[in-house]
Design a protein around this ligand. Structure first.
Ligand code: PLP
Length: 400
């Protein structure tokens, strides 16, 4: 579930390395930092883990989305296809870039339906953001295929699926760019933090410049004399985030292995519940097992089962009823209640499309999400806890 469960001496050691130099900024202070570059090291190890390419640490997963969209030159007048089931940050980032998020349906992987991309295409569609929800891959090969044929850029939102893969290739590396989150709920955490990855030197450079006020990071001159070709902003990761992130990252494979073991144990307990089906995961070997998703034949039975489990102390989430992960529940988005009173970019005169977030456009999400429950899978789970979950499931199953 979350990397904080396994905080230990490794995180403390990396943080103390930084505190001993007193240099909390990732750039500059070469004399004082005594060769300590935690963010840079985190980026290098992360990029290698993803199979090469470039990685850039930033302040959050939301910032990573904004930086990547900007690097891809997504902006005012553009539309970006985004699944209806995601955390709100994916939509917010598109709006922050000045573009319009277009809601698309999901398939039984509970991630973006490749077949719905075509339905949502308009002359203004520039990119698509598949989101790998709850630790498991979307049908990413088909999504990339459809996107290529339609001339769309692909940005993978892998905020919830660091370390996951599809057919042996790490998620985040299938499209033009990928992003990750290390917020406090995530599989590995630096408190807040994010990463942008890409195989393109050009996209990396644009991300690197944009995330630090345009600085070209020419190491041959002092920071004060660095050049620039575009304006940017500040989304820099700091050394304390880099230190914690690095220690957590080195535990990632251990975390995934522990979650897989625990998820299999919980699956065993659920498998005989009448009518219950597990979420379809396109490549189960590539799942990070942060969550176990399952569904029942109808929404009423699902609600009864969820209530009965809760009464037994077994927590589950129905994302269709959750306020932050399903577009139809975002009354402020539906009302175009942007933080600017002009409601930009919805009211941008240069935007020629038509915004439509009606539920008739996402029939599969409406059906399947209402019948689906998710259970968070901890990294550390005692035999006693597992036993209690088993007893809870048995009692709850009688009430479906
Ligand atoms: C799918 C998805 N995208 C983006 C984000 C944003 O990440 P952060 O919280 O680091 O800004 C999250 C965070 O929950 C997420 O789940």
């Amino acid at each position: 579930m979350a990397g904080f469960e396994v905080f230990g001496k490794e995180e403390r050691k990396e943080v103390m390395d930084v505190m001993e130099t007193g240099v909390l900024m990732r750039y500059g202070f070469d004399a004082e930092r005594k060769g300590i570059f935690k963010v840079r090291q985190f980026e290098e190890e992360f990029a290698a883990y993803c199979g090469g390419g470039y990685a850039l640490g930033v302040t959050s997963g939301s910032a990573a989305l904004k930086v990547a969209l900007t690097a891809l030159d997504v902006g005012p007048g553009d539309e970006v296809i985004v699944p209806a089931f995601t955390f709100i940050a994916t939509y917010e980032a598109v709006l922050e870039a000045g573009a319009i998020p277009v809601m698309a349906d999901i398939d039984d992987s509970l991630n973006l339906d490749p077949d719905d991309i075509i339905n949502k295409l308009t002359p203004y569609t520039k990119a698509v953001i598949p989101v790998h929800m709850c630790g498991a891959p979307a049908n990413i090969d088909r999504i990339v295929d459809v996107a290529r044929k339609s001339n769309l850029l692909v940005l993978e939102d892998t905020a919830q699926a660091v370390g996951a893969s599809y057919q042996g290739k790490k998620l985040g590396t299938f499209g033009n760019m990928g992003i990750f989150s290390f917020d406090y709920y995530k599989t590995i955490t630096s408190g807040e933090g994010g990463m942008v990855i890409t195989n393109s030197k050009e996209l990396y450079d644009r991300s690197d410049w944009y995330h630090d006020h345009g600085h070209d990071h020419n190491l041959k001159v002092s920071r004060a004399m660095e050049g620039r070709s575009i304006l940017g902003f500040n989304y820099r990761m700091n050394e304390l985030q880099g230190a914690v992130g690095l220690a957590q990252f080195r535990k990632l494979d251990m975390i995934i292995a522990a979650q897989k073991k625990n998820k299999n144990a919980v699956k065993e307990l659920l498998k005989d519940v009448p009518g219950l089906k597990f979420r379809n995961i396109p490549d189960p070997a590539g799942d990070t097992a942060t969550f176990l998703g399952f569904n029942l034949p109808d929404a009423a039975a699902t609600e009864r089962f969820q209530a009965a489990l809760a009464a037994e102390g077994v927590d589950t989430v129905c994302f269709k009823r959750n306020k932050w992960h399903y577009v139809p529940n975002w009354e402020h988005l539906l009302a175009w209640a942007t933080a600017n009173s002009k409601k930009f970019p919805f009211t941008n005169p240069a935007y020629r499309g038509k915004v439509d977030y009606s539920i008739r456009l996402i029939p599969k999400a409406e059906d399947i999400l209402g019948r689906t429950l998710f259970m968070g899978i901890p990294i550390l789970m005692s035999a006693d806890k597992l036993d209690k979950i088993g007893q809870g499931i048995k009692k709850a199953a009688l009430q479906i």
